[in-house]
Design a protein around this ligand. Structure first.
Ligand code: FES
Length: 134
């Protein structure tokens, strides 16, 4: 399994997310209360960019006519049709055993900058525009 540097811990504070491209795959990395998780940024329903969805909680069963809102910050809602997924497991909230989005392991490690190879591109300015040459 290959390892990729996502960024510094300070760049991903609790409650935030970062979308990265790894080998042509878009992956969302999340910090939920100091724990890190990663999901494929593609909804299994119709392919929406899932990791751009709203991070929220969900409603749990309760007494009749009572709603219990819980798990705030642990659920992501697809921006297209509203399906909800657990960020930690990638499972849909309504059918957790059949529908899920791929998850990836995330670790926090000390990295020697000498071990990191960054891909660089040339950049120029033309008039009022910054141009990336990839
Ligand atoms: S594409 Fe995500 S719920 Fe439809």
């Amino acid at each position: 399994m290959s390892r990729y540097v996502v960024g510094r811990v300070a760049e991903l504070p609790p409650g935030s997310r970062k979308i990265v491209m790894v080998d042509g795959r878009s992956i969302g990395v999340f910090n939920i209360a100091g724990r890190y998780f990663a999901l494929r940024n593609r909804c299994p329903h119709q392919g929406a960019p899932l990791c751009l969805g709203r991070i929220k909680g969900t409603t749990l069963p309760g007494k009749p006519y009572a709603r219990v809102y819980a798990r705030d910050g642990e659920i992501i809602q697809c921006p297209w049709h509203g399906w909800e997924f657990e960020i930690e497991t990638g499972r849909t909230y309504f059918n957790p055993h059949r529908l899920r989005v791929k998850t990836y392991d995330v670790t926090v490690e000390r990295v020697e900058m000498a071990d990191v190879t960054l891909e660089t591109f040339s950049v120029t300015t033309e008039g009022d525009f910054v141009i990336l040459h990839a």
